[in-house]
Ligand binder design. Structure first.
Ligand code: PHE
Length: 455
């Protein structure tokens, strides 16, 4: 439609773009974080609030990020300064891009450590160490791993290296190839696992617990957690989708593609829940075990099920695949920014950004052992007992992502002008009116209300 020149390469096909966006959104957030947060927040009510946030807040913000990225054609920071200058808006909007790149950096630092856990568990599964576990010793492998900073560092380094190598290879060579192969494989593997879970006796209870809301179990912090997770799981508020949008060609229908991504992301998270909680329920394990949930409970199940050694390897390979494509997308906006702002090449930028992230990751590793009692903000009651990892997670998912996402949708809804937005969205009049209403009122008010009630 528009004839503006593209400053860099485009996706080779619509399918490749969709796959890469799904690759970014589906990751540890779906398979590691969603289950443990659901477990901590009591099940169905958390899931329901999360689903509402995905639909009314996540979806319109995803579309906003893509349309900004496609208009701006640059890294998130330059995109925001470029668009606000052209529309004669305050240059302060560039903070959206800055916060996004910073958020991606903070998240990737701990994301890579968890990706490393998944790598470690491929090795454990393959070596047959799951078979000797009992319900009493279920957490022993995970506990042993957490207490060993050297091993954690080795796996964190391996994961970071995998991410750097793909990003250094560039969009066409790296991101697309990875997404095309890895995402369909992930879906198949997960369905196989749910198929197994359906044969366990905890399945019906687990499904009911996941899908029947009991609001007495959800407090205000749980509501904030559910909203924050909607941002996290869709990779929003970090400039990631904005960076991807800058590679998006003009003929792609943003609304339809966003809907596909949102549905797939949500289905994968629910499938992960359906694969994991039956195991928790069947074995009388603790649903509220926290970040270690899948690493403490699944090995036990794999150890007991027929063919569990193979299932275990398959599951953790799947988890690494999912984490890898997301990790790639977290490094991407930082690298895109360095590449355009400094004389460094893509390869050089990927290494510099990757090593800087790797260094910060060490603080997360230590949060689980040597520094497990270190609570940098412990003087404030709200942050009492929170480790550096807890604080990084809190600062990103519960503060930065929702705030950046809020600013994004306020910019698109209130400061961009209807025609500008409309030209990017390609919808019928009534669909656009509905979209505008949600984008201008429902989503921003929703974010503000959840924030206000939890502070
Ligand atoms: N959204 C992905 C997930 O749910 C990973 C990710 C998180 C990517 C945050 C970007 C930002 O795991």
């Amino acid at each position: 439609m528009s004839s503006k020149p593209h400053s860099h390469a485009q996706w080779s096909s619509r399918l490749a773009f969709t796959l890469a966006a799904v690759g970014s959104s589906v990751g540890l957030g779906n398979i590691w974080k969603f289950p443990y947060m659901t477990g901590e927040s009591g099940g169905g009510a958390f899931v329901l609030v999360y689903l509402i946030c995905i639909l009314l807040i996540g979806l319109p913000i995803l579309m906003s990020e893509w349309l900004l990225g496609r208009l701006g054609q640059k890294n998130p920071i330059s995109t925001m300064s470029h668009i606000s200058a052209r529309l004669k808006r305050s240059p302060a909007w560039v903070l959206i891009g800055v916060a996004g790149v910073l958020g991606a950096y903070l998240i990737l630092s701990f994301y890579s450590v968890i990706g490393g856990w998944a790598l470690a568990f491929i090795a454990d599964a393959a070596s047959g160490s799951f078979e000797t576990l009992t319900s009493d010793t279920a957490g022993s492998l995970f506990g042993g791993l957490l207490g060993d900073p050297t091993t954690l560092l080795a796996w964190h380094s391996a994961f970071m290296l995998m991410v750097i190598l793909v990003v250094a290879g560039g969009v066409a060579g790296g991101l697309e190839r990875a997404a095309k192969i890895l995402m369909p494989l992930l879906a198949v593997m997960l369905i196989v696992l749910v198929g197994y879970a359906a044969t366990t006796d905890g399945f019906a209870d687990a499904a009911a617990w996941l899908l029947t809301p009991d609001f007495s179990k959800l407090d205000k912090d749980g509501v904030l957690a559910a909203m924050g997770h909607a941002f996290f799981t869709l990779s929003l508020g970090m400039g990631i989708m904005m960076a991807y949008g800058s590679y998006l060609s003009d003929d792609v229908n943003i609304g339809r593609t966003a809907l596909i991504v949102v549905v797939l992301d949500t289905v994968i998270a629910l499938l992960a829940g359906l694969a994991i909680f039956p195991v928790v329920f069947s074995n009388g394990l603790d649903a509220a075990a926290g970040p270690g949930l899948i690493f403490q409970t699944l090995p036990l199940a794999f150890g007991h099920m027929p063919g569990g050694e193979v299932f275990g390897v398959v599951f953790f390979v799947l988890l690494v695949f999912a984490a890898w494509t997301s990790g790639i997308s977290l490094l991407e906006p930082i690298v895109e920014w360095l590449e355009e702002k400094t004389p460094m090449s893509r390869v050089g930028s990927a290494w510099v950004a990757g090593i800087a992230t790797w260094l910060l990751g060490i603080a997360t590793i230590l949060s689980f052992n040597l520094w497990s009692d270190v609570a940098p903000l412990g003087m404030f009651a709200k942050f009492e007992g929170m480790t550096i990892f807890d604080l990084l997670d809190y600062a990103t998912s519960k503060l930065m992502l929702p705030l950046t996402g809020l600013a994004t949708i306020v910019f698109v809804g209130w400061f961009m002008g209807r025609d500008e937005v409309r030209s990017q969205l390609n919808m019928s009049d009534s669909a656009f009116s509905l979209w505008s209403f949600v984008a201008r009122y429902i989503a921003p008010i929703g974010v503000v209300v959840v924030f206000a009630s939890s502070l």
